[in-house]
Write a protein that binds this ligand. Structure first.
Ligand code: ZN
Ligand code: ZN
Length: 53
């Protein structure tokens, strides 16, 4: 099974953790964000260069 990684802090997200999963509006890549980064509103940057709040 693939490991999932937070787009903001680059930490591996344990599957038991809560996280958000969404598509990059630019390239439709699936992006994962850990609960902590979501809560604190950390910025993220997709590999296509898209930056989001
Ligand atoms: Zn994170
Ligand atoms: Zn993207």
């Amino acid at each position: 099974m693939d490991k999932i990684q937070c787009i903001s802090c680059k930490q591996e997200i344990p599957l038991i953790d809560t996280y958000v999963k969404f598509k990059c509006p630019e390239c439709d890549k699936i992006i994962y964000r850990c609960e902590k980064c979501r809560t604190f509103g950390h910025a993220y940057e997709c590999e296509c260069g898209f930056k989001g709040p």
